[in-house]
Design a protein around this ligand. Structure first.
Ligand SMILES: Cc1cc2nc3c(=O)[nH]c(=O)nc-3n(C[C@H](O)[C@H](O)[C@H](O)COP(=O)(O)OP(=O)(O)OC[C@H]3O[C@@H](n4cnc5c(N)ncnc54)[C@H](O)[C@@H]3O)c2cc1C
Length: 387
């Protein structure tokens, strides 16, 4: 999908993603995994053992030496094959996130667990109950009580929150009497088995291959060595994970949109009414035309954002523009695909309805459309005020 922007070896990895999808993501499998809320162990293991399995880790950790754009292209290809948001999306995000924060010892533990189980051993719990959009307005806190570090609060909508042995959790750091530190997020990698940690499933309406949970932390005693990174790095690390996380979400979105488009074009060619293929009806043709333009625009936004991150300039605006545009537009593409399928689009006899509902979830994950407008509009004003 992004082949113009990739090297030959990166293109080969994207091709491997296509082949992996073709082998494992039959519609029968994907719809079963959707009902069951996860992929089976043999598919997770096949993925880990493939050339894609360590995507998101640095090359020193066994990850492929590829650009962000290539990582996005690989994920988009996997999502396109499945026609559903797959666990490889949250896995790529988790690996990218942890690579920025974890020290040698934490990283070795994570890699060892991954080798043993072929699944990420932690989930990423950032969104506070009651203040998900307010990234620095956490109510979850770490304080010192009787000389001990204590975590309290509640996180919601945590992908895989009930199923991982560790949790990466963010909290307001009230351990020091310092205004600077208390304004920073702090990050911790804690065992889910700690006393005071509880998880409750939340029923999602889409993206059902990745289950959701709410996590409660009731006076959980933390060990200092569970801290990820240092207070002084936390904010810039947090910003960088938001940027890459937003690209990853958009990769899933464009993969879904491409799948919906491909299915719709196929249907518009195959379905005949009075011996005419429906694609020849002008209004169906208009929808296909709009969908194709939207796909081109989505890819351009993603490429622009990935390049801005790689080049270290203008990422804030490029990422916000992308995240505002791509998930919502993917939903528009899927919506048109459903219309082209007629009534069948509103049943589970085609996958476009599932694609549409999976697209919708990405308008919230790692920052809502509205928050993207806030970020983009401020960045636009600043950018042009400087000139
Ligand atoms: C599919 C999916 C996967 C997710 N995965 C994870 C995960 O793994 N880990 C995790 O921690 N979280 C995850 N989330 C949570 C996600 O990050 C939050 O849903 C999101 O940040 C919004 O927070 P909220 O739901 O609390 O909405 P709220 O913050 O309550 O927002 C409600 C509404 O108000 C708007 N709003 C809020 N503030 C402003 C403002 N300043 N200006 C304008 N409008 C505003 C919002 O845009 C929204 O429309 C996931 C969510 C989804 C849907």
């Amino acid at each position: 999908m992004f082949s113009d922007y990739l090297t030959e070896s990166e293109r080969q990895l994207v091709e491997k993603a296509r082949v992996f999808g073709e082998e494992h993501f039959t519609e029968e499998n994907v719809s079963r995994w959707y009902k069951e809320g996860g992929i089976p162990g043999d598919v997770a293991e096949a993925y880990r053992c493939s050339d894609l399995g360590y995507l998101g880790f640095s090359p020193e950790r066994g990850g492929p030496d590829v650009s962000y754009t290539a990582q996005i292209a690989i994920l988009a290809e996997l999502t396109k094959s499945a026609g559903a948001i797959m666990p490889f999306q949250s896995q790529l995000l988790d690996f990218q996130v942890i690579s920025r924060f974890a020290n040698e010892e934490q990283m070795n533990m994570i890699l060892k667990r991954y080798e043993e189980t072929s699944r990420p051993c932690f989930c990423t719990a950032i969104s506070d109950a009651g203040s998900g959009s307010d990234a620095l307005g956490y109510r979850t806190t770490v304080r010192k009580k009787d000389g001990k570090l204590v975590l309290s609060g509640e996180k919601v909508f945590v992908a895989n929150g009930q199923h991982t042995p560790y949790i990466m959790v963010s909290a307001k750091d009230l351990t020091e009497e310092s205004d600077f530190i208390s304004a920073m997020p702090s990050f911790w990698l804690i065992p889910s088995s700690c006393e005071g940690v509880s998880a409750l499933p939340i029923n999602k309406i889409g993206q059902k291959i990745i289950p959701f949970a709410a996590l409660r932390f009731d006076n959980v005693e933390l060990k200092p060595e569970w801290r990820l990174g240092t207070p002084y790095q936390a904010l810039s690390q947090f910003q960088s994970i938001l940027d890459i996380g937003r690209c990853i979400i958009c990769a899933g979105s464009v993969g879904l949109a491409q799948a919906a488009f491909d299915d719709a074009v196929h249907h518009a060619n195959a379905r005949k009414i009075r011996d005419r293929r429906i694609g020849d009806f002008q209004q169906i043709g208009l929808m296909l035309t709009e969908m194709n333009s939207m796909l081109i625009n989505m890819k351009a936004h993603i490429n622009h954002a990935c390049r801005s991150i790689e080049q270290g300039s203008g990422a804030k605006l490029a990422v916000a523009l992308m995240k505002k545009y791509v998930p919502a537009t993917a939903g528009e593409v899927a919506n048109r695909a459903m219309q082209i399928f007629g009534g069948a689009g509103y049943t589970d006899s085609s996958r476009v309805g599932r694609i549409w509902i999976d697209c919708r979830g990405s308008q919230y994950a790692v920052g809502t459309d509205q928050i993207m407008v806030n970020i983009a509009s401020r960045a636009i004003l600043d950018k042009y005020a400087e000139q």
